[in-house]
Structures are given as C-alpha cells and as structure tokens.
Design a protein around this ligand. Structure first.
Ligand code: SAH
Length: 261
C-alpha cells in the first residue's frame, strides 16, 4: 500500500452532549476531518460541523447493536491515516477520562502515528455544574477522585470501603462513572467508610434536554435510584459539595453553608 505522509489523527472530546459545550478546537478538527469515527454517547448534533463529504463511521453500541471490536477500530484508524486521511476519533466527554482514549493513542503510536488530543468537558464536571454545584470547595472538598464503577473482568475493582474511609478523612469528592449497574455493591462499600447522611447527586444525560437528576443521601441512594428509575448514562457524585446544588439548598436546611465567593 502506498503510504501518504500527510495523514493524521486527532482524538477529540465531544463533551457531555450539549453541542454548545464543544471547544473551538474540537469544532475546527471536526470541520477539517475526512474520516470521523464516532463513539457511543457522542451527540450526533456535533456532526453538523463535519464537511459534507467526510466519511462518518459510528462505532458505538447505540440502538442495541454490538459495539465494534476495539482492534477493528484501531486498524481502521491506522489504515485511514496511512492512506492520507485526517482521521478524527470523536469520544464523549473528555477522550482521556475513561473511554479507552489512552489505549487508542498507544496503538496508534505503536504504528508510528502521532496523535493530537483535543480535550472535552467530562460528564462528571458537566453534571455537577448543571446543578450549580462545584466539585471542590475550600472548606468541604480538598480534592476529587474520578472513578469507574465498572471493574474489568478478572480485576477485583475498587475497594469502596477503603476509598470511603480515605475520602472521609481527606475530604474528597467521589465522581463515579459507569456506576449504575454495580450500585448495590458500590453503595454498600461506601457506607462502611462514609456517614449515611453524606449527600449524593445522580445526573442522567447531563447537559442534554433529557437530563434528569436526583439529590439524595448515601443511605438512601439505592431506594432513590429505583424510585426515580435513574438509568445509564449517569454520573454519581458523593460528598458534601452536593449541598451546593441549587435544588438541595431549596429543599433542605443547609447544614454546611457554602461560603459565598
Ligand atoms: N469520556 C467520558 C466518559 C466515558 S465512560 C467523559 O469524559 O465523560 C461512560 C460513562 O460516562 C457513562 O457510563 C456515564 O457514567 C458517563 N457519562 C457520559 N456521558 C454522560 C452524560 N451526558 N450524563 C451523565 N453521565 C454521562
């Protein structure tokens, strides 16, 4: 195969859903792409920026289809770049927060292809901002931990009890991605290290017109999820910063008043 030297690959974060949350760099990359590989959870509205003759390939599992095997996606990207295409790999949120962005970059580098990365707004951040609450706070949260609730096969996954004890002691906000299906195990573990009254926010479809949210406590999280029928994709945020959410402040007497700026 003849190799072209002007092929390139850009890994682009499409943000949490609202197309207005794309960065200018993301818009420019999408507009200049000749091939676009689109992941699950990317809002198709962002493709309005694509050139009319760009080849668009959906590789997610939306619509109940099986997702495209990772090895096939890697091969498709490598071949297209070698043929001189500008490949944009479009991922939901930020490409380097879960979603295998790091693995894809490694595979491309192994094939001698350098990759430019354009950040996107990660759903954990967008979800909390949509409630008007921060993830850190000088008094209530000294840091943030982004976690996956989904353990790899053969991996025992996160020790939620130990994590909860650390989060309690060090005042950390926990932001859990992909946590809905393992919620029982996660909330049981967290309850061994954090008080049952710890505030929790669940945000489904953050930043989209279909967004729904529930504000609850760790002790009542499972009940709330079932009662409200909250589903994936959802972000689960655990920590005192949730008390900064507009709706929380309206509904509950605030016990830890957030300092005004
Ligand atoms: N790279 C993505 C995360 C990919 S992992 C990012 O930075 O956001 C997929 C998980 O992200 C989902 O299971 C869900 O927990 C979360 N997620 C993605 N989009 C979301 C959205 N709009 N609202 C709530 N959670 C979302």
């Amino acid at each position: 195969m003849k190799k072209h030297t002007n092929g390139r690959c850009t890994l682009v974060g499409a943000g949490p859903g609202d197309p207005e949350l794309l960065t200018l760099k993301a818009v420019k990359a999408i507009a200049s792409a000749t091939v676009i590989l689109v992941d699950d959870l990317v809002n198709d509205a962002v493709l309005e920026h694509a050139a009319s003759n760009a080849r668009i390939v959906h590789v997610g599992k939306r619509g109940g289809c099986k997702s495209t095997p990772q090895a096939f996606i890697d091969k498709l990207m490598i071949t297209a770049v070698q043929e001189g295409e500008h490949v944009v790999r479009l991922k939901g949120g930020d490409p380097f927060i879960f979603g295998r962005g790091g693995e894809e970059v490694e595979h491309l580098r192994q094939a001698g292809i350098d990759v430019t990365v354009v950040n996107g707004i990660t759903s954990g951040l967008a979800g909390m901002s949509s409630l008007g609450a921060p993830l850190t706070h000088r008094e209530h949260a000294h840091g943030v931990v982004l976690l996956t609730g989904h353990a790899q096969p053969g991996d025992s996954g996160t020790d939620w009890a130990q994590l909860a004890a650390t989060a309690h002691q060090a005042k950390l906000t926990l932001v859990i991605y992909m946590g809905v299906s393992s919620l029982e195990r996660i909330s049981q573990g967290l309850l061994s290290g954090l008080p049952a009254h710890t505030p929790v926010a669940v945000v489904q479809n953050a930043s989209l017109p279909t967004q729904r949210q529930a504000l609850t406590t760790l002790g009542d999280l499972l009940n709330t999820m079932q009662r409200e029928g909250m589903k994936s994709p959802s972000i689960i945020v655990v920590g005192d910063v949730v008390q900064g959410a507009r709706a929380w402040r309206q509904a509950t007497p605030v016990t830890l008043p957030l300092r005004s700026a």
